[in-house]
Each structure stands twice: as C-alpha cells, then as structure tokens.
Design a protein around this ligand. Sequence first.
Ligand SMILES: CC(C)(COP(=O)(O)OP(=O)(O)OC[C@H]1O[C@@H](n2cnc3c(N)ncnc32)[C@H](O)[C@@H]1OP(=O)(O)O)[C@@H](O)C(=O)NCCC(=O)NCCS
Length: 166
Amino acid sequence: MPGSITWRKARPDDARFLERWDEDPDVIASNPNDVGRTDWRAEIERNDPFSEILIFEEDGRPVGVVCDIDPALEETHYWGDCESGLRALDIWIGEARDRGRGVGAQMMRLALARAFADPAVRAVIIDPLASNARAIRFYERIGFRPVERRRFGEDDCLVMRFDRPA
Ligand SMILES: CC(C)(COP(=O)(O)OP(=O)(O)OC[C@H]1O[C@@H](n2cnc3c(N)ncnc32)[C@H](O)[C@@H]1OP(=O)(O)O)[C@@H](O)C(=O)NCCC(=O)NCCS
C-alpha cells in the first residue's frame, strides 16, 4: 500500500526533481527520443494553461509527475488535429524504489478524476511506446483501451483511450 498520494502544480524549483528523474534508465527507456531534452524550469515557468505539469507526492515527498495537456489547444500541436473534449496525459515515477507498489495507479486515478472534473472532457488519451509492455499492461488494468498504433516522429506508439465513465 502506498502512502498518501497528493498532487500540486509544479513550481520552478521542481525542475531539480524532473532533471534527476530524466537520468533514470526506465524513464529514459519509456521515451528515449525526448527524455533529457526538456528545459524543465523554462517549461514550468511558461505556465501554458493548456499544458500543465503536476507533481505527485507520497507523504509529502515528490515521487512522480503527470503532464496533462489539451491536445487540441496545446502549443506544440504534438497530437496533430484532434477533436475537442480530450486530455492527453504522460505519467512517470522518477525512481525505481517508488515503482511497482501502487503509487502509479493512485496517481492515474487522481489524474483521471481531475481531468473528468471538467464536464467538457469526454476522454483521456495516452501514447506509450508500443514496446513498453509493462506500462501498457498497467494502463489496461486501469481501464484504458487500445485505439491505434501511431507514429509520433521517430516513436512507434500505442494510442490508448479512457472514456468518461457513464
Ligand atoms: C508506468 C508507471 C507509471 C506505473 O506506475 P507504478 O507505480 O510502477 O505501477 P503500479 O505499482 O500501480 O502497478 C504496477 C504495474 O506497473 C507496471 N510497470 C510499468 N513499468 C514499470 C517499471 N519500470 N517498474 C515497475 N513496474 C512497472 C508493472 O508492470 C506492474 O504491473 P505487473 O505487476 O503486471 O508487472 C511506472 O512504473 C513508471 O513510471 N515507469 C517508468 C516510466 C514509464 O514507463 N512511464 C510510462 C510511459 S508511457
């Protein structure tokens, strides 16, 4: 059982955690073409309302992050043209000792509740690498379903979707 999991918006000083987590082998493996290329302080200070960075803490200690974007409005247009009413999430836990003990499931439950608190949100989408079998199993267990295989730049991904519960 994990401790108490809470979230807050990232502050510029959180860049030190994000930079350290970018050196973790599993974080790198989950996104090898991007990890290490983000200037986290600048990203946090950019304060883009359509691209939020949430720090998750276990008993007050930062353990992971969720990036929550509106894919139709976010500046880089990573997802291309897409319908309104979606949120796209990225999730990672920074250190091996914090994985595999339920922290991620709790983070994702909180992130989904937060996304669906906006009545305009119809579904949440994610794009793990197709090779990231453990993460895909984790998402399936939470209730995401596979939608399509899609290439984002050099990344071969599996797009998955979680529709608003009826
Ligand atoms: C994916 C991730 C967020 C899941 O969070 P978690 O707290 O480890 O997951 P939980 O403890 O709630 O659930 C355990 C499941 O997560 C899976 N998992 C995925 N990657 C894992 C990892 N690197 N280490 C341990 N478990 C991992 C496990 O496979 C486990 O399922 P299993 O028992 O069937 O193998 C987390 O493991 C992580 O950050 N992994 C590295 C980065 C990553 O792959 N992010 C996803 C990018 S799409």
